[in-house]
Structures are given as C-alpha cells and as structure tokens.
Design a binder for this molecule. Structure first.
Ligand SMILES: Cc1ncc(COP(=O)(O)O)c(C=O)c1O
Length: 439
C-alpha cells in the first residue's frame, strides 16, 4: 500500500495578529535608494518595488521559515466524507470549519444550483444599484427572524462585514475595547476608523470593566465600542457573554459580537451566544463556516441597520453577495433549524474528544465547542505532530506564531458532524504518546 509522505504545512489563518504588520510601509526602509541600504536592483525599478523587495528580504530568519504559501497539496486531497482518510486515500478533514458538513449537503447544493440557473453566478452590481435579488431579501429576513433581530444585512465576506460594523460605529474620537484575541478583520476596522484601541484580557469581564470605568472618567460622553467573539477560533474558548453584555449596557457602550464560529453550532438551536441578549448591538456572522457557503451578515436593530445601510461604504460600494451563495446559505439555515440535534451531537462528540485526549495525557483543550486546541508549545513539535497525522490520513493544522503567541504552538483539531466513528481512536494512535516536554 503506498504510504503518504507529509506535504508542506498548509498556510494558517491569522486571526489576531497581522503578518503584514511587520511589512507595513512604515516598517520598510525609506530613502532615495542610492544610499546602498537596498539590495542591488535595476535602476529602472521604482523605489516602492525596491522597498517591498527589501522588506521581504529583511524578515528575520525565524519568520522566513514560517512564510505562508498557498500550497494546495493537503487541501486538494481533503475529503470530508466517512469513506475518507484511509492510509493511502484522501485526508480526513479535521481542519476546516465546515462543522456540520453543509458545504456538500444535497439540499444546500440543490438550492445553490437552482439559484445559479435563475440569477446567474454573480449579482453584477452592488445592492443599491441593481444587485439585490429576492434571495438576498429572503435570507436577510430569515436571519433576522432566526436570531431575533430586527434587521440583517448581507456582505460578501465576514472580513468586510466586520470592517463595515466597526467603521460605522466609530471614528477617530472613539475608543475601542477589544478582547486581546480578537479577529484581524475587527482590528482592520479599528485602523480604518482611526479610533483608539485598547485590548482587554482574554474573556475577562473584570479587566473590561476597569477599562470602561477609566474611559468614562477620562472622557465622559466619549463613545466606547466593545468587541469580542463568542467562540475563538484558535483557542476554542468562549467569553461569559451575558456578563460582558451587562457591563456594556451599564456603561452605555455598544457591543459587537463576532459569532463567526458559533452560529449553527453553539447556543440554543445553534443561534450562538448573543441570542436573547438585547445589549448586544451587532451580531456578526459568516456563511463560510457552519453554513458551508460563503458570504456574511450583520444582524442588529432597525436603527443600527438603517445607519449601516445609509452610511457604510463597505456595504454600498461592493458587488452584492453572489446569489447562489445566498441561496446555499438560506438552505443551510433551513437545515440548521430543521435538525437542532446535529449541533448537540457535535458538542457531545467534542466533550468525548476532550476527555479522550486528556485521558491519553494530552493537555485538555479549553472550551466546550467543536474547536479543540491542543497546546504543544514548541513550533517544531506541533509541525511534527501535524505530519504524523497526515501520514495516518488525518488533516489537522499546526498553528504557530505569529498566529498565536511564541511558545504556544498548538494542534488545532476541528470536529465535524459527519466524522466516522472511531476517528478519536485513530487520532490518538497516530499522535502516539505525548512528548515528555509536552505543554
Ligand atoms: C472570527 C472570525 N471573524 C471573521 C472571519 C472572516 O469571515 P470570512 O471568512 O467570511 O471573511 C473569520 C474567518 O476567517 C473569523 O474566524
């Protein structure tokens, strides 16, 4: 039987730090290009190109070893179905965020195909020009009703939705208090708006409260926007959201909760953790994860929704979400509503896996959702484990700095509803005993 040799590590997502930050124009060498500081390049090469080139060259060796690539080897072989993951066959997916397997669900595919036939592939224009199709309005209404919010607005991606929400609610006079591990898209929104940014300790309402009090003392009446997620993608942890929401209500601070990884999976009926919390001003959701599609939305009350519609360039000046993706997301929502037991079964599996890993001597992954973050510590050890799993037909990605802080490399295992039984046993066998120096 042919054995599989490990492919290069797939590139990671970077939720909370910005790889480009190290290469931002301000960190690049400046000067005329004639002072000898830049690598020798043809005189006709413009200065800005020389600066980018030099910025890449100047990366420290440790970072260069971790340079991201779009290597398709592992993901091209990825198969989620229960037949996948034999030693010589495709890899079993323990890495993507298709938690409920809806990206290949027959009803979701059929809805997308039917819309494709009716609307074509792309909307062809922004929502306010002539890109709005009935399916957009149906999906917005269905999301609003599902989440108990007056308004939902669609966006082409979660990144853009987050950017839109933060820029709509803040300006350069505002303060943003963000959980230390918040997603990069929200930080990008803060940068765009010019607001001042402070991070509070991860999932720590006490630290948030100290900062809210200080902000009120220092700038009475100033706007303070609070940002957090309901399920952190690299940790698998969730905040005490009711406590965070109560604090925000008490201090008159709008609260944006990014539920990208939670919707469809955690909270009653898969409605996330913000459901029923009136003090949550905006819920941000994406269709790229449990919904198995692509695109995103913001859900809020009618005032905030109208403000977004009238003021947000990120909503107005972009081509509307592709109608087949919207139709797929609408069908996925139908499946989530029709089968609430799927999310419950997923969470039960997650608990069994947490217990199984801990019983085998691995650090118990924090949290209770379907993202299991197994702390390893050393980058090389995490990569080695990723490769061991790959040889055994399992795809899980080692998450390393700068995505996570130095010394906290981890193996990220993402559970799916359609994993074959016996996968945990396979995983533990492939991992072998925990390293002696295991975290
Ligand atoms: C927490 C969080 N928010 C927002 C996004 C962006 O969503 P999208 O992939 O739809 O742009 C992601 C995923 O990449 C995410 O993990």
């Amino acid at each position: 039987m042919p054995s599989r040799s490990p492919a290069p590590a797939p590139s990671e997502t970077c939720p909370r730090s910005c790889p480009q930050d190290a290469l931002s124009p301000s960190s690049l060498p400046s000067g005329s290009g004639t002072d000898g500081a830049l690598p020798a390049v043809a005189a006709a090469v413009p200065l800005w190109r020389q600066q980018l080139h030099h910025g890449l060259e100047a990366l420290p060796a440790a970072r260069r070893r971790l340079l991201r690539s779009l290597e398709p080897a592992a993901s091209a072989q990825l198969q989620p179905s229960s037949t996948a993951g034999t030693a010589a066959g495709p890899l079993l997916d323990l890495a993507s965020n298709d938690y409920l397997g809806l990206s290949r669900h027959p009803a979701v595919l059929a809805a997308a195909a039917a819309e494709l036939a009716v609307s074509g592939l792309g909307a062809g224009a922004s929502r306010l020009v002539c890109g709005t199709r009935p399916v957009h309005l149906q999906l917005e209404a269905a999301l609003g009703a599902w989440l108990g919010r007056e308004r939902a607005l669609l966006f082409p991606s979660g990144f853009q939705a987050n950017l839109a929400a933060v820029t709509a609610l803040t300006d350069r006079h505002s303060l943003v208090l963000a959980d230390r591990l918040i997603h990069h898209s929200l930080l990008a929104g803060v940068r765009c708006s010019g607001a001042r940014l402070q991070r509070f300790a991860h999932n720590d309402p006490a630290d948030l409260e100290r900062r809210l009090l200080a902000a009120r003392r220092q700038r009475p009446g100033g706007r303070v926007l609070v940002l957090c997620e309901s399920l952190y993608s690299m940790e698998g942890t969730s905040p005490p959201l009711a406590a965070v929401a109560a604090l925000c209500a008490r201090h008159g601070a709008p609260l944006l909760v990014d539920e990208a990884h939670a919707l469809g999976v955690i909270g009653a009926g898969g409605r996330g953790l913000a459901h029923g919390l009136a003090a949550v001003t905006i819920v941000s959701g994406t269709f790229g994860k449990a919904f198995g599609s692509g695109g995103a939305f913001l859900a809020c009350d009618s005032l905030v929704g109208e403000w977004l519609l009238q003021s947000s360039g990120a909503f107005r000046y972009t081509t509307a979400l592709a109608p087949p993706l919207a139709a797929g997301a609408l069908a996925a929502l139908g499946e989530i509503q029709a089968d609430p037991l799927a999310a419950i079964a997923l969470l039960e599996r997650a608990e069994r896996w947490r217990q199984g890993l801990a019983a085998a001597g691995w650090p118990r992954p924090p949290g209770s959702g379907p993202i299991l973050s197994v702390l390893i510590g050393a980058d090389d050890q995490a990569l080695q484990l990723q490769q061991q799993l790959e040889v055994a037909g399992l795809l899980s990605v080692a998450i390393r700095p700068p995505t996570v802080p130095p010394g906290t490399a981890r193996l990220r295992l993402v559970l799916r509803q359609d994993l074959p039984s016996g996968t945990l046993t396979r995983l533990l066998a492939a991992l072998g005993p925990p390293p002696a120096s295991g975290a």
